[in-house]
Design a protein around this ligand. Structure first.
Ligand SMILES: [Zn+2]
Ligand SMILES: [Zn+2]
Length: 304
């Protein structure tokens, strides 16, 4: 059977040249803000270009790539929605830095306090005591109308959505197809081999399992802690749900992505890693392979 053929039909620079004019951005925004298809005259009225010839000229440039023209009127194409979404997201710039914010749930690896930083559109969560830290890009538009104390929670939800997207197979940057593999943190692109005095509290660092993603389109290789990818697994959701916990409502900061007490590579050939989740006196342990297929689950309890 033939595969569907998708070819890149325009040079990327030609596409961006199309948007190098404020009038065209105004047209995209008018369509973005409209609930329905817009007729030629409604669109013309919504955009501040008096000269009909000029208006026509700019609209024509957008038709095909970013705007669809039908008998009823004009609307954005999928690319039009996406590019305008990026424009809206980028219209809030986070210059400078936000004052650090303390995060409520303590570090799951060492019980220490943690701090949330947001700088240059990158969120960073650091344990004040041990070496557990993570960072991820997040657009400032995410925090519009957000109270300062809610920012870490909102950032956590954003991170969860990003990981869910990657696990479903879509790149957060370009929507291209993503492949994922579980591996040792030392084999991931995250690993900085110059760091050799990592805190002993984390156990043997080389045994930490991570998920390495690779976008087949843009080549980006984000890395995430293996437990995060398992938060959507039915066994994990069910284990918590049976104990009165709706995992979707829990802050992602309550789950540790790193720390060999909770996640550990147990075998190299074949690759096996174990991840545990704790709810009250009960502990769920999952064994996964390289493809993050759950091979085995056990529940143990410390209660009498
Ligand atoms: Zn810690
Ligand atoms: Zn990509």
């Amino acid at each position: 059977m033939d595969h569907p053929q998708f070819v890149e039909h325009d040079e990327p620079e030609d596409v961006f040249t199309l948007l190098s004019d404020d009038n065209r951005i105004d047209i995209l925004r008018a369509l973005w803000n409209s609930d329905d298809l817009m007729t030629f005259s409604a669109l013309h009225d919504a955009v501040d270009i008096r000269d009909s010839g000029q208006f026509n000229y700019h609209l024509d440039k957008l038709v095909g790539q970013f705007v669809t023209k039908t008998e009823e009127g004009y609307e954005l194409t999928a690319a039009g929605w996406q590019v305008n979404g990026a424009i809206e997201a980028g219209s809030y710039t986070a210059k400078g830095r936000m004052e650090p914010i303390a995060i409520d749930p303590p570090c799951p690896a060492c019980d220490g306090s943690r701090t949330f930083y947001y700088e240059n559109e990158v969120a960073r969560v650091e344990c004040d005591t041990c070496d557990v830290r993570m960072e991820f890009p997040i657009p400032p538009s995410t925090f519009v109308n957000c109270n300062r104390e809610d920012i870490p929670t909102v950032a956590g939800k954003y991170l969860r959505t990003t990981i869910k997207g990657l696990d479903t197979g879509f790149c957060a940057q370009c929507d291209g197809p993503v492949e994922r593999t579980a591996c040792h943190v030392t084999d991931s692109s995250l690993w900085d081999s110059s760091v050799d005095d990592v805190d002993q509290q984390l156990g043997n660092v080389s045994d930490m399992p991570v998920v390495e993603y690779e976008c087949l389109q843009c080549g980006r290789e984000p890395t995430s802690g293996l437990p995060f990818s398992l938060l959507t697994h039915p066994e994990v959701v069910g284990f918590h749900y049976d104990r009165g916990i709706d995992i979707r409502r829990r802050s992602i900061w309550e789950f540790t992505p790193f720390g060999t007490e909770h996640a550990q590579v147990t075998s190299n050939d074949p690759f096996r890693a174990s991840v545990s989740f704790i709810a009250g006196d009960d502990k769920l342990t999952l064994i996964v392979d390289e493809e993050i297929t759950v091979l085995e689950t056990t529940v143990t309890t410390t209660a009498e």
